[in-house]
Design a protein around this ligand. Structure first.
Ligand code: SF4
Length: 474
């Protein structure tokens, strides 16, 4: 999973992209990058580096990223080591100058790469974005005519990308200094949002990004979510054109609301905090007969706080914060490798032991993926004197891998894929485990058709396993 942003129409484009990346930092902490373009010369300026956004750029780096348009990326690698070659943005100069950032995964990456290599295309990285770039370069060179407008050229090219590339992906790109384009995969699995801001010269500047939290921070008005299979083109005169290129079912990823997005973001008109709160209320309704077993409800900070509040409200028992998070350690889910994850849990939380001693705790987490973090936290609470620890997950059991950009790499690593609820509780050392069910998730997302392939195995595209060594994410 990654955070992406593109800004056009302000002399401070790269500074604003930098600020937006800070707001999207929760979507990836491995690396960050910005590509800007000078309107007069068409020259690209690129800076990308490993590490958090604040560490990746100095003020001097930002000063060199001149121009009225810029795109940026903050990255989380789902598999394998973090390599400089895989960092975004990426750019190609032939047959046209094009730079891109993206969020997601191509599920048919291996076949597409083989096909392109057979046509003598060269690859510098193992990143899915390079496939999209190559597909665009191939298509723009071959299929467009001189009389086509820039928008028509891009539309033909994106249509070709949609025909070839399966998976979940949102892309923002620069076509030289001509303008900025963005598109969302045919099922709209990964998010992409448009905002605008009226400038003092009477024109609007535009921001395309993964989440509304970045728009709000920069003073852009939310315009709309880009639709599944939709392309948007904003030229250098700030004219906006858009077209829907496919007609497939919308399947936004449910995990954006459950775990990934910032609580203050709104996706598909559903506020993330409110969805989490509702998940807690609905699960609390089902657990009502058990309410007397718990002394209080406690969240695993920070994602599950709204759900824990909803649960406590519904069960009419106290809400307590007993786990204190060290904010300077990365989210364990995002770290690479099981050992690093275990270490991260140790460093990340401490316990308010006076609240916990002798109590029966209903701990609430957004999800149980591998179970590593949950087991460690339950151990930690018991070491600090908790009498009983029950665990509630507001995501239903995750039993299948995700091929569209979330790190659920294999069934073997997903604890719920091989154990029933009682066995999961035993493995985690919990006195009971409670999951939200699909019906409650559907009710919380009220009216949205969403991707739930990791829960029920109904994938949007035929599953093609990708060799782990070749799989790099976004
Ligand atoms: S499989 Fe699960 S995690 Fe992956 S896109 Fe679908 S809902 Fe999201």
């Amino acid at each position: 999973m990654c955070g992406i942003v593109g800004i056009l129409g302000t002399p401070h484009a790269s500074q604003e992209v930098y600020q937006a990346l800070l707001m999207l930092q929760h979507r990836g902490q491995d690396s960050a990058g910005i590509l800007s373009v000078d309107s007069d010369t068409g020259k690209f300026h690129l800076h990308k580096s490993l590490g958090h956004v604040s560490a990746a750029f100095t003020q001097n780096d930002l000063k060199k990223l001149t121009g009225m348009s810029a795109i940026g990326h903050t990255r989380y690698s789902t598999i394998g080591e973090v390599k400089e070659a895989d960092l975004q943005p990426m750019a190609l100069s032939l047959p046209v100058g094009v730079g891109m950032v993206h969020n997601g995964n191509l599920s048919n990456y291996a076949e597409l790469r083989q096909t392109l290599v057979a046509k003598n295309r060269m690859f510098m990285s193992d990143n899915d974005l390079e496939i999209i770039l190559q597909l665009m370069a191939e298509s723009i060179g071959a299929n467009t005519s001189k009389s086509d407008t820039q928008f028509q050229k891009i539309a033909k090219s994106v249509q070709d990308i949609f025909s070839a590339a399966e998976g979940g992906y949102s892309v923002v790109g620069l076509l030289g200094s001509e303008g900025m384009f963005a598109f969302r995969d045919p099922h709209g699995i990964r998010p992409l949002i448009l905002g605008s801001r009226l400038e003092s010269n009477g024109k609007s500047s535009y921001c395309l990004t993964s989440e509304t939290c970045a728009l709000k921070f920069l003073g852009y008005q939310y315009e709309r979510d880009i639709g599944p299979g939709e392309l948007i083109w904003i030229d250098r005169q700030q004219n906006v054109q858009s077209v829907k290129l496919t007609k497939k079912t919308a399947l936004p990823c449910m995990f954006e609301w459950v775990y990934f997005s910032s609580a203050d973001s709104t996706l598909e008109t559903k506020n993330v905090y409110e969805v989490r709160l509702k998940l807690g209320l609905l699960l609390g309704k089902r657990l009502q007969p058990l309410a007397s077993q718990f002394d209080f409800v406690a969240p695993v900070p920070d994602t599950s706080r709204p759900s824990a509040i909803g649960l406590a409200e519904q069960l009419k028992i106290p809400f307590r914060e007993i786990l204190i998070k060290n904010r300077y350690v990365q989210r364990s889910f995002i770290l690479n490798g099981q050992d690093v994850r275990r270490l991260a849990v140790n460093m990340k939380f401490s316990v308010v032991d006076s609240l916990v001693k002798g109590k029966n705790v209903l701990l609430v987490d957004d999800s149980i993926v591998r179970g590593t973090t949950s087991k460690k936290l339950i151990d930690l609470l018991k070491q600090n004197g908790a009498a009983k620890v029950y665990l509630a997950s507001t995501c239903p059991p995750i039993v299948n891998p995700c091929y569209y950009g979330i790190d659920f790499p294999s069934r073997e690593e997903l604890i719920a894929s091989k154990q029933n609820t009682g066995e999961v509780a035993n493995s985690l050392g919990a006195d009971g485990v409670f999951y939200s069910n699909l019906q409650e998730l559907t009710e919380a997302l009220d009216g949205i058709s969403f991707c739930k392939a990791c829960l029920n195995g109904e994938y949007a595209y035929p599953v093609r396993e990708r060799p782990p060594t070749e799989r790099v994410s976004l």
